[in-house]
Design a protein around this ligand. Structure first.
Ligand SMILES: Cc1ncc(COP(=O)(O)O)c(C=O)c1O
Length: 400
C-alpha cells in the first residue's frame, strides 16, 4: 500500500472542535436548553462582531434559520398581498419562498456579467417596469451576497431609496470580517446552516439598526408574545403573565445551538483564512488553464464556483460538459455541487408566473457553466491537491 489517503472528499465537512463539544455539554448540564442566557450572549457578540470600533452596534436577533429571519424581516417591513419583492434567481429557494409566505410576489432579476449577484441596472429596469405596469406595488429587494461576493450595496440602497423600497440583505453566505462593514440593508439575515461560514447546525441571525423593526422581529419570532421566555424566567414580576399581540411564529434559537455558535464565531476569522488558502490554491491551479473562469477574491469564500468556458450544449440540467465533469469528479470520490439551479426555471415559479428560462440570460449562462468545488476548513493540502488533479483528469476525459 502506498499510504496515500484515497478516502472520498465530501463536498462539505463542518469544523467542530473540543471547544464546541464542551460548550454544548455545558448547556446540556445547565438545566436550561431553550432560548436564554447563551442566546442573548450570542446575539451581543454577533452584533459586536459586525461593528466597527467606537460605532453603535445594531440589534441582532437569533432565529432558528435564515429562512425564518428573511420571513420575519419582510413581515416586519409590512410586505403582503399586492406587493412585489425583487430577488435574484441564482439563489436558494428560501430567498423567494418567504415572499410567497406573505402572499407577495417575487420578481426575478438577472445577475451582472462577470458577477454572481443581482445587477443594479437590471434591478432598476425591473422596478421601472413594475411601476409602469401599475397593478402591484414594488415593496422590497433582497440582494444575495452569492458565496460571499459582496453585492453593490451602494447602488442597490440608492436605487431602493429613490423608489421607496426596503432592502433585506440575504447574507446567508457571508460574514464580513473586515471590522466595521455595517449591515447594508434595513435588515441583514445570516445563516448558521451546517455548511455556512459559522454553523450551529441550523440557525440564523437577523440584524438591524432600526429598533422598531427589531422589536417586531423579536415578538414575531416568539409566537407574537410580548415577553421572552427568558424574561419571564428571570423577572420577579408575575413570571406567569404574558400577552399575545399577534399570530406569530416559533422561530427562536435554543441555547444549545447558540453555545455552538458562540465558539464558531470566535473561530470565524481562522476558518475564513483556511477557506481562503484553499481558494488561492484552486485559483493558482485553474487560472492559467484557458478552459476555466476562476472566482475573484471575496468576503467569505463560502463557495468556490468554478466556471467552464465551454460548458457544452445546455439541457434541462444545464451544460452537458459541466454535468459530465461533476460525474467524473463523483467517480473519483470528490463531492461537487451546483449553486444554484435558477428559481425562475423551477416548476413552482415557472408555472405560477409563466416564466421563460431565456428571460434571465446571464443567470442561465452562469448556471449552465458552474461547478462548486469542496472548500471547507480542515481540508488538507493533500486533499486540495487531489481535488485539483481530479478536476484536470475529469476535464481530460470529457471529450474522450
Ligand atoms: C442564499 C441563501 N439564502 C437563504 C438560505 C437559507 O438558510 P437557512 O438554511 O439557514 O434557512 C440559504 C441556505 O442555503 C441560502 O443559500
Amino acid at each position: 500500500m502506498s499510504g496515500v489517503d484515497i478516502a472520498p472528499i465530501p463536498f462539505h465537512r463542518p469544523f467542530i472542535g473540543k471547544e464546541e463539544e464542551e460548550a454544548v455539554l455545558r448547556v446540556l448540564r445547565s438545566g436550561w436548553l431553550t432560548t436564554g442566557a447563551e442566546t442573548l450572549a450570542f446575539e451581543k457578540e454577533f452584533a459586536a462582531f459586525l461593528t466597527a470600533e467606537g460605532a453603535a452596534p445594531p440589534r441582532a436577533l437569533a432565529v432558528n434559520s435564515a429562512t425564518s429571519g428573511l420571513h420575519l424581516a419582510l413581515e416586519a417591513l409590512g410586505a403582503g398581498p399586492g406587493d412585489l419583492v425583487f430577488v435574484p434567481s441564482l439563489t436558494f429557494t428560501s430567498t423567494a419562498e418567504v415572499v410567497r409566505y406573505l402572499g407577495a410576489d417575487p420578481v426575478f432579476v438577472d445577475i451582472g456579467r462577470d458577477s454572481f449577484n443581482i445587477d443594479p441596472a437590471a434591478l432598476e429596469a425591473a422596478i421601472i417596469g413594475a411601476f409602469r405596469a401599475g397593478d402591484k406595488r414594488p415593496k422590497a429587494v433582497i440582494p444575495v451576497h452569492y458565496g460571499g461576493v459582496p453585492c453593490d450595496m451602494t447602488a442597490i440602497n440608492a436605487l431602493a431609496r429613490r423608489n421607496g423600497l426596503s432592502v433585506v440583505e440575504d447574507a446567508a453566505h457571508t460574514l464580513p470580517v473586515n471590522g466595521g462593514k455595517t449591515p447594508g440593508g434595513d435588515v441583514s439575515v445570516f445563516s448558521f446552516y451546517a455548511t455556512k461560514p459559522v454553523t450551529t447546525g441550523e440557525g440564523g441571525m437577523a440584524v438591524t439598526a432600526c429598533d422598531k423593526l427589531a422589536d417586531r422581529i423579536a415578538v414575531m419570532r416568539s409566537h407574537g408574545i410580548d415577553r421572552s421566555i427568558w424574561n419571564r424566567y428571570t423577572d420577579t414580576d408575575a413570571s406567569w403573565y404574558y400577552q399575545v399581540t399577534a399570530a406569530g411564529f416559533k422561530y427562536n434559537l435554543p441555547d444549545l445551538l447558540a453555545a455552538l455558535g458562540r465558539v464558531q464565531l470566535g473561530r470565524a476569522v481562522q476558518l475564513l483564512e483556511m477557506r481562503r488558502a484553499i481558494a488561492a490554491a484552486y485559483n493558482e491551479a485553474f487560472s492559467p488553464l484557458g478552459e476555466f473562469i476562476t472566482p475573484k477574491e471575496n468576503d467569505a469564500w463560502h463557495l468556490y464556483p468554478l466556471r467552464l468556458r465551454n460548458p457544452g450544449p445546455a439541457g434541462p440540467r444545464g451544460g452537458s460538459r459541466r454535468n459530465a465533469l461533476i460525474e467524473n469528479l463523483r467517480r473519483q470520490g470528490i463531492g461537487a455541487s451546483v449553486h444554484f439551479i435558477p428559481l425562475h426555471i423551477m416548476p413552482y415559479y415557472k408555472e405560477r408566473y409563466h416564466l421563460e428560462a431565456a428571460s434571465l440570460p446571464l443567470t442561465m449562462e452562469c448556471f449552465n457553466s458552474l461547478v462548486s468545488l469542496p472548500i471547507w476548513p480542515g481540508m488538507s493540502e493533500e486533499q486540495t491537491g487531489r481535488v485539483i488533479e481530479a478536476v484536470k483528469t475529469g476535464m481530460g476525459n470529457l471529450d474522450a
